[in-house]
Write a protein that binds this ligand. Sequence first.
Ligand SMILES: Cc1cc2nc3c(=O)[nH]c(=O)nc-3n(C[C@H](O)[C@H](O)[C@H](O)COP(=O)(O)OP(=O)(O)OC[C@H]3O[C@@H](n4cnc5c(N)ncnc54)[C@H](O)[C@@H]3O)c2cc1C
Length: 337
Amino acid sequence: MQITHNISLKPYNTFGIDAKAKHFVSVSSIEELVTVLKLPEYPEKLILGGGSNMLLTKDQDLLVIHLNIKGISIVSEDKDFIFVKANAGENWHEFVLYCIHNDFGGIENLSLIPGNVGSAPIQNIGAYGVELKDTFFSCEALSLETKNIEIFTKADCHFDYRNSIFKQQAKGKYIITSVTFKLSKHNHKLHINYGTISSELDEMKISNPTIQDISKAVISIRTQKLPNPKEIGNSGSFFKNPVITKAHYLSLLENFEDMPSYAVSENDVKIPAGWLIEKAGFKGKRFEDYGVHKNQALVLVNYGNAKGSDVLKLAELIQITIKRLFDISIEAEVNIL
Ligand SMILES: Cc1cc2nc3c(=O)[nH]c(=O)nc-3n(C[C@H](O)[C@H](O)[C@H](O)COP(=O)(O)OP(=O)(O)OC[C@H]3O[C@@H](n4cnc5c(N)ncnc54)[C@H](O)[C@@H]3O)c2cc1C
């Protein structure tokens, strides 16, 4: 474990923003993590996983701790389910592939989501009709105050749409060190009716899909739809889809009759933020080295050398415009740092 100084974080964030870390360390065990946390000369810290859900708007004048704690183990199993624990530094997609390879079902729809296992509960990652919470059993998290490991059950985590206790009351107070999943061993519950999964399976000429087939279908759809951060810097969906009242939605329909919506409760509907951004004219707009992706209005991009502060200004302009046009507030999904 070695602390380095004044390094560029460009290789460590999928937006490809060239911000500097004043101090940087990669830890590969809980013991190393605790040692680093106790160093009095670095009072301010930032935890870094895969860097796929952050926009660095300035140099980080603190100690960046890259969590690289690896390891996957079977905790227990019964007739139907297996409890698998993955440490925080495991790459999420590689963990999904490990589960598929072993025929453990439940997270195949979450294939190809970038980032690490330890960050997955923070915003309750989700895609194609499945959320992390559906298979989450518990997680271990190190309290920054006591330096002890605490266990969070599913109920403790208060999971919601792109939200959890780790984005709310527990924000900045814990470092998630491992996550345990409850996965099916057989009779997997398949989710194929979301998005274009079933038509992708049809194209693959598969009528009786396995979890592996679903993963392949999701990978194929995502590869076509989403810009690859290795080619063009981005953090996936920049904004959350807003929830508004049905009454508000009905009033908007008078002017925007093609506005899509999804019911989320008796009184509320969710509006695709990408639709709002496209309608506001931002889709494909490029400003210098940053802009809005040409196929995905929800994805802000760095064409090479954009500054995080410029991307943030664009995000704010989009928020103001959406508010003015539709009286809807859209909230960033990405962590602004
Ligand atoms: C192309 C692309 C597609 C994406 N698609 C999806 C999608 O379909 N669904 C979805 O939900 N998300 C998606 N995302 C967002 C992202 O992949 C997830 O939010 C992912 O969980 C972030 O993990 P990370 O390790 O990269 O987190 P980081 O970006 O490293 O960290 C995110 C935040 O969590 C904090 N943090 C990191 N690790 C820990 C820890 N162990 N304990 C406490 N705090 C921590 C960091 O300080 C930071 O504030 C996408 C991103 C990209 C680039």
